[in-house]
Design a protein around this ligand. Structure first.
Ligand SMILES: Cc1ncc(C[n+]2csc(CCOP(=O)(O)OP(=O)(O)O)c2C)c(N)n1
Length: 368
């Protein structure tokens, strides 16, 4: 039997990389399979990462329930993608600029958006988009792929201002077929702009399976045409996602240009809660297969073996998260109902003539 070649991260970050093997550190049973790549995280940081993933799973469960009760609006499920989302944002600094997609609300909250505002965004309330000065992020993008072009621009801006920061953006496997995707990675590559582009490959773009998304064997290899590193990582493995993101950040901040990262992951349940039914397009048993690779299961096992995690600790995090959600909903409920005139008034610093006309019409209606 041929001996398996060891993965060398430095070689993968070479811009002539043609090795797109999936980087994995923890297998699905929580065993370390690539000891050389284990990131240098303290016990507290490891516990913090697990806590963030548990927090996100509970946020997902509560958001689903609140949506069903009519207390939230738009919601795109995140369960299954915790390692891809929370471990990547953990490797990002507060002054890095985040450009999320609609499924990336957990990263946005961890980057500094108050949870109550995330709920307002879900309800379509403009107040959900009024960010604190300290939050370096744009609101979640619904137009798939569009944030890639914006991220290239933001990254170039950071570079021109001499900042040691990166722009970070996420799209899905479907988004990686958009024109904006190619324009974004190409532009950022041309200008050596410090961007980290994530493709969270969860296997489906609504009902379109990955198999018909592209003939390319991996999505990471799309980086080759842009002349930038493309890395495929196990998106159910928090340690691998963290290690690769950290390395990508160091690489970009050092002036080498952007990196494309494909995380292989899965979303449990529907695309959004707006009527999608995955049982109509996903073969039976797929979800059960992915459940065995669950990021929480493998990381729990890894931390328990180290004596860093327990059932009691997990219960504590769950209770604290539920309390945090309860308080945030109360806070969101305090926001006055959105008037159309308020919405229009926040579109431009100075309303255009036609917007002003509409503001006048709605103000007159609203004052009755
Ligand atoms: C430009 C554009 N075309 C179509 C849509 C409708 N749409 C919303 S989500 C989606 C699928 C996206 O799938 P993927 O990029 O794989 O991300 P996922 O939702 O799986 O995270 C589509 C086609 C859109 N929002 N924007």
């Amino acid at each position: 039997m041929a001996t398996k070649k060891k993965i060398d991260l430095d070689a993968l970050f070479s811009d002539t990389n043609t090795d797109f093997r999936m980087v994995q550190i923890l297998d699905q049973d929580g065993n370390v399979v690539n000891p050389d790549l284990v990131p240098d995280l303290s016990d507290d940081e490891l516990v913090g990462l697990m806590s963030d993933m548990v927090w996100s799973r509970i946020l997902h469960e509560r958001s689903t329930a609140l949506n069903r009760q009519g207390r939230l609006g738009f919601y795109a499920p995140t369960a299954g993608q915790e390692a891809s989302q929370l471990a990547s944002i953990k490797a990002i600094e507060k002054d890095d600029v985040l450009l999320p997609g609609y499924r990336d609300v957990p990263q946005l909250i961890k980057h500094g958006l108050p949870l109550s505002q995330a709920f307002l965004w879900s309800r379509g309330h403009v107040a959900g988009n009024m960010y604190p000065e300290s939050l370096k992020a744009l609101p979640p993008q619904i137009i798939i792929g569009a944030q890639y072009v914006q991220a290239a621009g933001v990254a170039l801006g950071l570079k021109k201002r001499g900042k040691k920061n990166v722009a970070v953006t996420y799209t899905g496997d479907g988004g990686s077929s958009q024109g904006d995707f190619y324009e974004g990675i190409n532009f950022a590559g041309s200008f050596n702009a410090p961007a980290i582009f994530f493709i969270q490959n969860n296997g489906w773009a609504i009902s379109t399976p990955r198999s018909v998304q592209t003939k390319a064997v991996t999505l990471a290899q799309k980086a080759v045409a842009a002349g930038i590193p493309g890395i495929q990582v196990d998106g159910m493995d928090p340690l691998a996602v963290y290690a690769v993101t950290k390395k990508a950040r160091d690489y970009a901040v050092a002036g080498n240009g952007p990196v494309l990262i494909e995380t292989i992951c899965y979303r449990y349940g529907p695309h959004t809660l707006s009527g999608d039914d995955p049982t109509r397009y996903q073969p039976e048993g797929v979800q059960d297969e992915w459940a065995k690779k669950d990021p929480l299961i493998r990381f729990r096992k890894y931390l328990e073996d180290k004596g860093l995690w327990s059932q009691e600790k997990e219960e504590e995090v769950i209770e604290a998260t539920k309390e945090e959600i309860k308080e945030a909903i109360k806070e969101a409920d305090k926001q006055p109902k959105q008037k159309v005139s308020f919405f229009l008034n926040t579109m431009f610093e100075e309303p255009t003539n036609t917007i002003q006309e509409q503001i006048d019409v709605f103000e007159a209606k609203e004052s009755k």
